[in-house]
Design a protein. Structure first.
Length: 201
């Protein structure tokens, strides 16, 4: 890309280009679109991002994104509170919630074990999960991680870590075809894989 006529424009394009799936050309198009807006709209856009950075929290129980110390799911008395679905991130929480086939609780790991990326068990919230099982009346843990090598490795580690607990450990029905990433699975397929979950082996 040729040199831009403003250092402020260049800086903004570089920031947008840091977003996943956004190249320099798309970033430039987005920034130029913003510049066509009223100054008040641009400032509102900036303020919204600022407020997110300043105010967003992670639930103290499940580690999902929340506006409060405890998220709406964990604090909802109508949720089934003896089942925990273990997921990688908030994206999987949203995907599973969209199926309307699951009414239990969640536990967000914050990633998966990936030695090549320098991510080990200590970098995830696995110990927090174990503490929840020890302190709460949990009957079942559903391992709902993506069917990748990293996801399977993390599933195996968690199963081994929880092996002394008197709970049922299940995983999504792999016989039903769905994409490697849960967030891209269609709602009906993902919903069925939750309903037809099987014991982890």
């Amino acid at each position: 890309m040729q040199e831009l006529p403003s250092k402020y424009l260049t800086s903004s394009v570089n920031e947008f280009a840091n977003l996943p799936g956004i190249g320099k050309k798309t970033a430039l198009r987005l920034v130029l679109h913003l510049l066509k807006q009223e100054k008040s709209q641009i400032l509102h856009f900036s303020q919204t991002i600022n407020e997110m950075a300043e105010n967003i929290k992670h639930c103290q129980i499940c580690h999902s994104i929340s506006d409060n110390e405890i998220c709406d799911i964990c604090s909802n008395p109508k949720r089934t509170n003896n089942i925990i679905c273990v997921v990688e991130s908030i994206k999987e929480v949203l995907a599973i919630e969209n199926t309307q086939q699951y009414n239990g609780l969640y536990h967000v790991l914050g990633g998966v074990i990936s030695p090549i990326d320098g991510i080990g068990p200590a970098d995830l919230t696995i110990e927090s999960l174990k503490q929840r099982i020890e302190n709460e009346s949990i009957n079942e843990v559903i391992l709902a991680l993506s069917s990748t090598m990293e996801g399977d490795t993390t599933n195996f580690f968690i199963h081994k870590r929880l092996s002394g607990s008197n709970i049922r450990i299940t995983t999504l029905a792999r016989g039903i075809s769905f994409g490697d990433e849960l967030e891209y699975a269609d709602e009906i397929t993902l919903g069925r894989s939750i309903i037809n979950r099987v014991d982890f082996q």
